[in-house]
Write a protein that binds this ligand. Structure first.
Ligand code: 26V
Length: 820
C-alpha cells in the first residue's frame, strides 16, 4: 500500500477535515459532510502525484494531447479515484472501523454530468485510459454551472429539474486564476496597413469580452502515480464596472459584459443528436476553445521560441464538430498575434487539429447561419471565408467545372458555415467510431471528401474503461475474475480472454450466476427504493439504457412488451419465463415524441405491474434519472443487452460494450459496434435480428419502404399498434398516444416509420423469445455470459487510446515515480 494510505493517518485526516471544514466531531457530521471530509483527504493524496506529473512534464517536455470536448460525462469521482489509487479496499476498511460505510458516503456525491450521453462519456473513458497509459493529456471543456438535467417522472411524464451539482462545492477541483484568458465577441474588424511589415493588421474593435478562468480536475491513472488534468473553463465578468462613470456607453457595455459572463457557462445543452442553431451555444463553443487554444500556445511558448514547430508538442482532437472553431482560432493566433503568413499558419494548423465524427444523423450536423457567425465572431469568420476560398480553388482544380463537388464540400454554402466540412478540410485525421460507421462515412456521408483525401480517413472503434465499469461497478465479478486469472486485466483487458477456459466449468458457471444474482438483488433493492416496484431477481433482466431517440427504437421495445403481455393474457396455459424489462433514458427537453415514448413506457408499466392475474411474470421498470452512477448498478445486473437501433444509425454505441463486459448477452441489430461485438463473441452467443445497414440504406435511396404492408398483413402488428389508440394503456384516452401510432404509419404529412420499426418488429420479437427461452437452460446461458465477458477485451478504451496514439497523435508515454 502507498505510504499515503497509512490507515491511521487517513482516519486522522478525515477527523481533522470534519473539524476544520464543519466545526463538527465525527459523530455530529452528516453523511454529506463526511463525504466532503473523505474527498478532501483523498485529494491530499492526489495532489502529490499531480505535482509530480507536472514536474515530469516540465522536465521531459513531451508532446501533449488536448482533447477538446463540449462534454465530459465524468460521473462520481470519489470511488473512481480510490480505485485508481488502488486504495479502495483500504479506505473502505478504515471507514468501516470508524463506523461508516464507504458506499453510503459515495452516494452523497453528485454525478459530474457535464455531458449528454455516449459522446460525453467516451471523453471521460478516454481521460481515464490516457492517464492509465501514461500519456500527457489535457481534457479541455466547460465548467457548466448546471449539468445534464435531473429527470423526475411525474404521472409517467419526464419533468426536467436543474442539476445544481456545485451546491455543496466540488472538493476535487482547483481554481487556477493565474491561467485566466480573455475571450472576445462581436464588434468589427478594422484593417490597418503596417508600413514596417508591409502587411495588413486586423484589429477587432468595439467588442465585448469575458474572462475565462480555468478549474482543474485531477484525472488519476490506475496504479501508476500519473495524474492528468481535465481543465474546465468558467466565465467571469471583466470587472471594470465603473459605476462612477458618467459615460452611459460604458455603463451599458459593462452591464452587457456582466450578462455575457453570467449566461455563457450557465447550462449544458441537453440535446443529443439534434442541432438547434442557438447563438448561446456558439458562444459556449468559442469561449472554451479560444481559452484552451490560447493556453496551449502560451504553454508552448513558455518553453519554445519557434512557433513553426508547435505541432511537434501539441495536438488537438476535436470531439465531434462542436470544437471546430479551434481551426480558425489557432489560425487567428498564428496570423494576428504571432505575425505568421497564411501558408505558414495553415501548415501548422493542419498538422495540429484532428476530427472525430460521432454521427451520420443529418439533423445533428452543425451549420451556422453566416449572419450569426460573422456577427458573433467577425475575425474568425474572415478566416473561415479565406479557408473556404482557398479550398474551393483546390476543388475546382481537381474537378474542373464540377459545381456539384463545390455544393457538397464547400465550408461556406447556402448562407451557412458547415462545421463538419471545416473540420475535414483542416484536420490531418478524420475518424469514425466503429468499423461500420467509418465505412458508411467513406462510402456515403463523406464520400466526396474521402475520394479527394482518402489518407485522412481512419477508424477508431470506441471503447470503455473496465476500471469504472467492472472494477468499481461490479466488485463481486471483478474479484471473481481476479481470483481466477490474476489482476492484469485491470490494465490489459484482453487478458480477460483467459476466462474462456471457465465457460465449460460447471462450478464457474454456478459462481457466475450467483454473482449475477446478487447484483440483481442489489438492483432490485434500488428499484424498490426508487420506484416502489417489486421485481424478482430470478427473472430475466432485459435492459435498454441509453438516451431516448427514435433511431434507438425504445418504442419497438415497448411495443413488443405490449405484444408479449397480450400473448401471456390470451394463452395463460403456455409456459412463460418471468422477465423484468428495464428502461432508463432521458429525452431532450424539446423532443416531443421521445417524451411521449417515456409516457408510454410508464403507462404500460402501470397496467402490467398492477395486473395480478399474470403473477408477476412480466414487470416493466423505468429507472428515473439514468446517469453514470446508477448505470454502474444496472450493467452489473443485466442479463440481456438491448442494442436495437435501426441499422446504420448508431455510430458505435458504448452501453453495448459495458453490458458485454458485465456478462450480458446482446440482443441487437448489425449496427455500430454490435457488428464487432458479434465478431468477437460469436453469433451463437448473441441474438441478432433485423434489416442490415445496406438494406436500410437501399430502402432510403429507393423510397420503397411501406410500413402499411406490415400493418395490413400481420394481425399481431396491427393489434399491437391498435393498442396505442384504443385506450388500453391510457385510461380510455384514444388520443394520448396517437402521435406514436401515426409515426409508425404513412400519413399525409409524409414519410413515416423512418426507423423501420414495423419491418424489424417480428424478427425482433422472435430473437427476444429465443433469448428468454435460452435463459431457461441456465448452464448454456452461463456459458454464453462468461464468453461475452471473456470476449470483451477489444472494447477497452485502453485499446482505443493506443490506436489513436499510434495512428494519429504520436505521443510518448511518461513515467511518474514518487519517493517511497
Ligand atoms: C450533437 C449535438 C448537436 C447540436 C446540439 C447539441 C449536441 C450535443 C451532442 C451531439 C452529439 C451527437 C453525437 C453523439 O452523441 N454520438 C454518439 O457518440 C457515441 C460515442 O462515439 C457513439 O457511441 C454513439 O453511437 C453516437 O450516437
Amino acid at each position: 500500500m502507498d505510504k499515503h494510505f497509512d490507515k491511521e493517518r487517513f482516519k486522522e485526516t478525515v477527523r481533522d477535515n470534519v473539524r476544520n471544514l464543519f466545526r463538527k466531531t465525527l459523530k455530529e457530521a452528516t453523511q454529506q459532510q463526511l463525504f466532503q471530509a473523505v474527498a478532501y483527504a483523498v485529494k491530499d493524496v492526489i495532489i502529490d502525484n499531480w505535482m509530480a506529473t507536472q514536474q515530469v512534464m516540465d522536465e521531459e517536455d513531451p508532446k501533449i494531447l488536448y482533447y477538446m470536448s463540449m462534454e465530459f460525462l465524468m460521473g462520481r469521482a470519489l470511488g473512481n479515484n480510490l480505485i485508481n489509487l488502488t486504495a479502495y479496499k483500504e479506505v473502505k476498511e478504515a471507514l468501516s472501523e470508524m463506523g461508516f460505510d464507504l458506499n453510503v458516503i459515495e452516494d452523497q456525491e453528485p454525478d459530474a454530468a457535464l455531458g449528454n450521453g455516449g459522446l460525453g462519456r467516451l471523453a471521460a473513458c478516454f481521460l481515464d485510459s490516457l492517464a492509465t497509459l501514461g500519456y500527457p493529456a489535457y481534457g479541455c471543456g466547460i465548467r457548466y454551472r448546471y449539468g445534464m438535467f435531473r429527470q423526475k417522472i411525474e404521472n409517467g411524464y419526464q419533468v426536467e429539474v436543474p442539476d445544481d451539482w456545485l451546491r455543496n462545492g466540488n472538493p476535487f477541483e482547483l481554481k487556477r486564476p493565474e491561467y485566466a484568458k480573455i475571450v472576445r465577441f462581436g464588434g468589427y474588424v478594422r484593417v490597418e496597413y503596417d508600413e514596417q511589415t508591409h502587411s495588413n493588421r486586423f484589429i477587432q474593435e468595439n467588442y465585448q469580452s469575458v474572462r475565462a478562468v480555468p478549474y482543474d480536475i485531477p484525472v488519476v491513472g490506475y496504479n501508476n502515480n500519473m495524474v492528468n488534468t481535465l481543465r474546465v473553463w468558467d466565465a467571469e465578468a471583466i470587472n471594470d464596472f465603473q459605476l462612477d462613470s458618467f459615460d452611459k456607453g460604458d455603463y451599458q457595455k459593462a452591464v452587457e459584459q456582466e450578462n455575457l459572463a453570467r449566461n455563457i457557462v450557465e447550462v449544458l445543452y441537453p440535446n443529443d443528436n439534434h442541432y438547434a442553431g442557438k447563438e448561446l451555444r456558439l458562444k459556449q463553443q468559442y469561449f472554451f476553445i479560444s481559452a484552451s487554444v490560447q493556453e496551449a500556445v502560451a504553454k508552448y511558448k513558455r518553453k519554445h521560441n519557434d512557433i513553426h514547430k508547435f505541432y511537434e508538442k501539441a495536438t488537438f482532437q476535436m470531439n465531434d464538430t462542436h470544437p471546430t472553431v479551434a481551426v480558425a482560432e489557432l489560425m487567428r493566433i498564428l496570423l494576428d498575434e504571432e505575425g505568421l503568413g497564411w501558408d505558414e499558419a495553415w501548415e501548422i494548423t493542419t498538422k495540429t487539429v484532428a476530427y472525430t465524427n460521432h454521427t451520420i444523423m443529418a439533423e445533428a450536423l452543425e451549420k451556422w447561419p453566416i449572419e450569426l457567425f460573422s456577427r458573433l465572431l467577425p475575425r474568425i469568420y474572415q478566416i473561415v471565408e479565406e479557408i473556404n476560398r482557398r479550398f474551393i480553388a483546390q476543388v475546382q482544380q481537381r474537378y474542373p467545372g464540377n459545381q456539384d463537388k463545390i455544393a457538397k464540400m464547400a465550408v461556406i454554402y447556402d448562407g451557412q458555415v458547415r462545421m463538419a466540412n471545416l473540420a475535414i478540410v483542416a484536420g490531418y485525421s478524420v475518424n469514425g467510431v466503429a468499423k461500420l460507421h467509418t465505412e458508411i462515412l467513406k462510402k456515403q456521408t463523406l464520400k466526396d471528401f474521402y475520394e479527394m483525401m482518402p489518407e485522412k480517413f481512419n477508424n477508431k472503434t470506441n471503447g470503455i474503461t473496465q476500471r469504472r465499469f467492472l472494477l468499481h461497478g461490479n466488485q463481486l465479478l471483478a474479484d471473481w475474475v481476479t481470483d481466477h486469472i490474476g489482476d492484469e486485466w485491470i490494465t490489459d483487458l484482453p487478458q480477460i480472454a483467459k476466462m474462456k477456459l471457465y465457460a465449460d466449468d460447471q462450478k464457474a458457471r454456478q459462481e457466475f450466476m450467483n454473482i449475477k444474482y446478487q447484483n440483481k438483488v442489489r438492483l432490485a433493492k434500488y428499484i424498490k427504493e426508487h420506484n416502489g416496484i417489486d421485481v424478482d431477481p430470478r427473472s430475466v433482466f432485459d435492459v435498454q439504457v441509453k438516451r431516448l431517440h427514435e433511431y434507438k427504437r425504445q418504442l419497438m421495445n415497448i411495443l413488443d412488451v405490449m405484444y408479449l403481455y397480450r400473448e401471456l393474457k390470451e394463452h395463460p396455459e403456455r409456459p412463460f419465463y418471468p422477465v423484468t424489462f428495464i428502461f432508463g433514458a432521458k429525452a431532450a427537453a424539446g423532443y416531443r415524441r421521445a417524451k411521449l415514448t417515456i409516457k408510454l413506457i410508464n403507462s404500460v408499466a402501470d397496467v402490467i405491474n398492477n395486473d395480478q392475474s399474470i403473477n408477476g411474470k412480466i414487470k416493466v421498470v423505468f429507472i428515473e434519472d439514468y446517469r453514470v452512477s446508477n448505470a454502474e448498478l444496472i450493467f452489473a445486473a443485466a442479463d440481456i443487452s438491448e442494442q436495437i437501433s435501426t441499422a446504420s444509425k448508431e455510430a458505435s454505441g458504448t452501453s453495448n460494450m459495458k453490458l458485454m463486459l458485465n456478462g450480458a448477452l446482446t440482443l441487437g441489430t448489425m449496427d455500430g459496434a454490435n457488428v464487432e461485438i458479434v465478431q468477437e463473441v460469436g453469433e451463437e452467443n448473441a441474438f441478432i435480428f433485423g434489416l442490415s445497414s445496406q438494406e436500410v440504406i437501399d430502402h432510403e435511396n429507393n423510397h420503397d419502404y411501406d410500413p402499411t404492408y406490415y400493418f395490413n398483413n400481420d394481425p399481431d402488428i396491427r393489434t399491437t399498434l391498435m393498442e396505442l389508440i384504443n385506450g388500453k394503456y391510457s385510461g380510455g384516452d384514444m388520443e394520448l398516444f396517437r402521435e406514436l401510432y401515426d409515426s409508425l404509419l404513412t400519413t399525409k404529412e409524409g414519410p413515416a416509420d423512418q426507423y423501420f420499426i414495423l419491418a424489424d418488429f417480428k424478427s425482433y420479437d422472435a430473437a427476444r423469445k429465443k433469448a428468454i427461452e435460452y435463459y431457461q437452460s441456465q448452464g448454456d446461458w452461463a456459458k454464453s455470459a462468461i464468453l461475452n465477458m471473456a470476449s470483451s477485451g477489444k472494447f477497452s478504451s485502453d485499446r482505443t487510446i493506443q490506436e489513436y496514439v499510434r495512428d494519429i497523435w504520436k505521443l510518448e508515454p511518461i513515467k511518474i515515480t514518487v519517493d517511497p
